[in-house]
Ligand binder design. Sequence first.
Ligand code: APR
Ligand code: PHB
Length: 428
Amino acid sequence: MSTPTPIPHRTQVAIIGAGPSGLLLGQLLHKAGIDNVVLEARSAEYVLGRIRAGVLEQVCVDLLDEAGVGERMHREGLVHGGIELAFAGARHRIDLQTLTGGKTVMVYGQTEVTRDLMDARAASGAPIVYEAADVQLHDFDSATPRVSYTHEGVRHELACDFIAGCDGFHGVCRASIPKERIQHFERVYPFGWLGILADVPPVADELIYSNHARGFALCSMRSKTRVRHYVQCSLQDKVEDWSDARFWEELKSRLDPEAAEHMVTGPSIEKSIAPLRSFVAEPMRFGQLFLAGDAAHIVPPTGAKGLNLAAADVRYLSRAFMEFYADKRSAGIDDYSRKALRRVWKAERFSWYLTSLLHKFPAGAGDTGEVGHRMQTAELDYLVHSTAAMTSLAENYVGLPFEELIERSKHPGRPGYSKSIPQKQKPL
Ligand code: APR
Ligand code: PHB
């Protein structure tokens, strides 16, 4: 893809990384009249070659609409009102829609979200540099930060007001922060996910998350004719160890008999292994540098929260920049890290909980091995028979409300009313 416009030497927001976080932020700012330049280390084709998850919360759908890139998603995406949990040989539906007062999720691949955002960026003519090598950040603690990079063999410098670090887990932005100013919290899980993409019809109408003595399995989809399936595998496994036949056989063995019977198999068009990690960096702001998305946090994919959390950061950050440029108010900027982290930790907790509930943990410390499996089965049995427990799962899965919405809905007389809220507030 060619660079659409000459790259300026100065901009308001320099965005590092053209994954979903950087592209979505760039599009929202561009629509609000805020100049920004996106610098991406890889080519557009490389970025689009990455297969990631595919479940969007309503807030993510709304933000993509706000960015003006929702048209194809609404046409091709699948709206799901429930998920299924399989364990002990049977399947149980969690009715997300009924349990959450009408909320649903959109099944639409992250690759397609990225493609839509890239197309919108190209159409807008806003500057984006692919294959920007050796990006370096300068003076982000001052009011005049800069970013330097090499493009087509020439070194460039970009002056800006703010830097948005949207460059993923392995990016340069978090790595540029002195160790004493940042804290890392991390848990690496003792297994991975082997995923395949195949052009066959889905096993069921909705996603199936399966807890099985042989390990976790997930039947997801990209359309009515394309599936994305996963099985828990060992971290020592290589993709070459898993022929298509072995994958399908293993998946079948981890599903309930009815799902196994309905499964249609076919050749894989992509196959990859991903490790599972919980990771948070605190804080998410350093002077004029703001981290967003995978640059600041990673969740294991079990709760489908990675992209949604990135979108939530972008929502907070875009509004903060809009407020700053429109009204000269810096409250949003100053509160970005606190607000974002409050949501991040809730998604981390939920993703860790679902991962712990559904995977086979090797025998060792804690509730692992056979004891762990029995505990999981008891919890799943409780979960699918308790409206309270199912509601908790459902409201987290479809996405928690944003902080400002929570504050607005808090009032005395409701269960869970917080006593720290001023008592003079009258019940609504
Ligand atoms: N300079 C410029 N760009 C860089 C650099 C660098 N030094 N390092 C990394 N990048 C680019 C990567 O090539 C990638 O395209 O930053 C982009 C980061 O994109 P993602 O890793 O997709 O991260 P993010 O945009 O935050 O998306 C979060 O993606 O990984 C999933 O589960 C995650 O769904 C979530 C979403
Ligand atoms: C996917 O479709 O790739 C997917 C869906 C749900 C998850 C994780 C991945 O929890």
